[in-house]
Each structure stands twice: as C-alpha cells, then as structure tokens.
Design a protein around this ligand. Sequence first.
Ligand SMILES: [Zn+2]
Length: 195
Amino acid sequence: MENTSKLNEWISDLEWMLKANRVVAVGECGLDNSGRKWDVEKQIKFFEKQIVIAVKRDLPLVIHCRGDERTDEMCLNTLVRLLPKHFKLHRHCFNGDEVMYRKWKTSFPNCKFGISPFILNDQKYPKYRSLVCNMKLKDIVLETDAPYLHSEFEDFGSPLMIKDICEKLANIFLCSVEEIANITTKNATDVYSII
Ligand SMILES: [Zn+2]
C-alpha cells in the first residue's frame, strides 16, 4: 500500500534525524483537526510510531494537538495507551480549557504546557487568560511559536515576544518578571533535561 511505504519512509527519516547528537526531544507530533482533510487513522498511526520512538530513545515528546475536544481526547488516549505515566511531555501551544489541563496533568504529572502569545490579547482570547490564571506556574513553559503566531499589528511573530509573555504572566501571577523567567526556564530545562 502506497500509504504504508510513505509512513515507513517518514519514520526511517525521523529515526535518522534523531541520531544527531544535540536532539533533546521528539516532536512536534500529535493530532491536527484544523483545515485540510482530517485523516484521523493515518495521523494516529504515525503518532503512535513517533511515541514508540520517543520511548525507545527516552526522549520527551512535544505534543501538537489542534482541534476540538474529541481531538484532544484521542490525542491523550493514544499517549496513555503507549507511555508510562511519568514520561515527560511538552504540550506545545496549549489552548485548551481547565478540564483538559487537569486531565492531562492527571494522566501525565510531568507534562508542561506551552503558553503562547494568545495570552497577550485578553480581548480576543478572554478564556485563555482565565485558563492561565488557574494553572500552576510549575506546569508552564513560555513559547512564541514564531513566526506562526503573531499580534494583529504584525505579519510574523518574533522570538522576542517571549519577553512580553513573561511580563504578562508576572502581571497575572502577581510576581516579578525575574521570578516568572526563572520558574519557566527551570520547567523547560527539566522537561528537556538540558542545563
Ligand atoms: Zn504546532
């Protein structure tokens, strides 16, 4: 079957790339039910292979999960089936709700959640702010997803937005920018086992 040979080719490419000595994680990988045709079976099949590779190499997984609640549930269920509970995960650009946050934390206590530039726009994403307010700082890593996520005033995002996100969180958690920077940096170095 054409699909199977393509899948095997991608997987062997991935395994080859993971041989580079500065690799710290596998991903982003996961499920995406936005835009184009949603071939869920194919996505899950590929995702499963990536999970198995991460376990085999003992590398954390960076999870991309975009879509509705069902997509989130399928993504989490796939991980639960294949991963030990204490496996390290980075749930990249998390934009779920509090229920999802708790479910992921219960299944994977070592999961960190990427807070994206959405947090900079309270008017457009009011629910995002209330989600973040209810999260624990020890679960948060900062990310810009540059150049993809950007403000309404720019065409592209920049890694420099990390400073704005940090300031915003200091404002939300009523603590200093340094404190946010220190905690979230530690979270990132913990999840990726880097110094
Ligand atoms: Zn992504």
